[in-house]
Design a protein around this ligand. Structure first.
Ligand SMILES: [Zn+2]
Length: 193
């Protein structure tokens, strides 16, 4: 898996031109399988089909994940993030689903995944936040582990915007987690032990 830009046409151009390198061995990535692209959901919600690539060096295949997407999730991270943020302030699942225009079952999957990783996510993004801004005030507890995880993401994104370059909170969450914010395997926090 490799994090790339958010413009599908530009990613395709760079891939075909051999400008993308393998995250494993730095070999050249070549197109593999069908093109990625925008897919419309039943209610007009924009979804993405990820582009696959294969390394000419180690022969590994890598999914190219835009910084606005999460691995194995077809909705944009800004949509997923809006749902997580709403849940964090106590909005119920059905209202969250109606708000973001996604089936309740899909929203439930996102909320469950973050809930099961909440403490690890909180620690990961809190460490990132203090790495970016050692003078940061202590994070205020929100009362739930889910809320604390979302708060840590927001604080880390704010610190990154001030220290590095302006970044949308959920795009930051996507790239800072290697696209694995809602994955159960290969999370950066799992790898970190
Ligand atoms: Zn490789």
């Amino acid at each position: 898996m490799k994090i790339v830009g958010t413009e599908a046409a530009e990613v395709e151009r760079a891939l075909v031109a051999g400008e993308l390198s393998c995250p494993g061995c730095a070999g050249v990535l070549r197109p593999w399988g069908q093109r990625g692209g925008v897919v419309r959901g039943g209610n007009g919600v924009e979804r993405r089909r990820p582009r696959r690539s294969r390394c000419v060096g180690c022969q590994d295949t890598h999914v190219l994940i835009g910084a606005d997407c999460l691995l194995r999730r077809r909705d944009l991270v800004v949509v997923i993030g809006a749902a997580l943020a709403a849940k964090a302030i106590g909005v119920g699942q059905r209202r969250v689903a109606a708000m973001v225009g996604v089936p309740v079952s899909t929203v439930r999957g996102w909320l469950r995944r973050l809930a099961s990783n909440a403490e690890a996510v909180r620690v990961w993004f809190t460490v990132l936040a203090y790495g970016l801004d050692p003078m940061l005030a202590p994070l205020a507890p929100t009362g739930t582990s889910f809320g604390d995880a979302v708060e840590a993401i927001a604080v880390a994104a704010r610190a990154a915007s001030l220290r590095l370059a302006p970044v949308l909170p959920w795009s930051f969450a996507a790239s800072a987690s290697g696209g694995r914010l809602l994955s159960n395997t290969g999370c950066p926090w799992a790898a970190a032990g």
